[in-house]
Design a binder for this molecule. Sequence first.
Ligand code: URA
Length: 431
Amino acid sequence: MEAVEIITTKRDGGRLSDEQIDWVIAAYVDGQVAHEQMSALAMAILLRGMDRAEIRRWTDAMIASGDRLQLTGLDRPTADKHSTGGVGDKITLPLAPAVAACGAAVPQLSGRGLGHTGGTLDKLESINGWRASITDDELRAQLRDVGAVICAANERLVPADRLLYALRDVTGTVESIPLIASSIMSKKIAEGTGSLVLDVKVGSGAFMKHVEDARELARTMVALGEDHGVRTVALITDMATPLGLTAGNALEVAESLEVLEGGGPPDVVELTVALGREMLTAAGVTGGKDPADALSDGTAMDVWRRMITAQGGDPDAPLPSARETDAVLVPADGVLVRLDAMAVGVAAWRLGAGRARKEDPVQAAAGVVLHAKPGAKVRAGEPLFTLHTDEPERFERARAALEDAYEVAPERSRPEDRPLVLDRVDAASLG
Ligand code: URA
């Protein structure tokens, strides 16, 4: 087969055959198809799209590029959650232990941050001693003994995605529904979870800027999961404004600990509980403890401490704090009516919380603390953001990112009313 013929077929709006899809993915992983050819094909897919059957075959070919994890032999059903990525999205941290405390086993294979969105592994690595890489046997043992694992996927799980995701990141081909859906679902299906709840983000801080696109992405992923025997549900949630009051690795761990102590920002608690309930229902664990109770009665915190300890971390070690801080002040009295997620994500990234290239290090303590959320009354001269970094030369560009990030309107103004959970997609809603 010829890579060029496959590229031109898609470039001209045609559909790819099963054989073409199987061949091009296997040949890319083998090194027979060059990166420049795969990047041309990814761009053709982004511009021309794929039908459902093509997306399904593409996902299957990605899964077949590596090993599948076996999570059988546990005494309770498995439930995982995946977010399409946002700013301040630390939900996995309180969610995994809360759901485990309610009776499901949570295998949460996570990634690192790229660009303005944070990565769960980067956040957890700010805990002294914690390690992201564990063997498959350790993963199974921890799931059995603790009930929750957050770790890196091993190298053999969907190697095609490892290559393709890095390529898409540098070729402007991330924001494609077929490519995002197949990337996420190939990993989740190969990981062997019995059920999956997707948090599909929409808004300035997300890949999907419009709710219609988010809905299409959710429907595509739910169909892929159900076709592969994984009970899959998606919530479409708002990412116009950051989640919680922190963006940055150690800052987000600290905020997650507040949630695990029964406090924390209301939006983080609301989403943790909503996703947790969906996970338990999808896993068939009903009538038991509610995730809200697991957060308030300390049982989620108990699981958290065991989960961190099992991976070498010290749950009692102080979290790193930044060497330097700087405040951005409220310019006038009034009501905060807009706070842009993307701008806060970029500021946190510029302060050192994120990376521009996969191999870049991240600063554990860098990030942004918000002192108000939309709807709050603010007073001139009070801090609106506190910027944290170990390298003060980073402040200027972070401040520049935040210049148009917010709007303070006269008192009695109200921000646009937007619920956090905007929609829900399950197998029944696919029609
Ligand atoms: N997350 C993934 O794992 N893949 C994508 O393509 C986008 C977000």
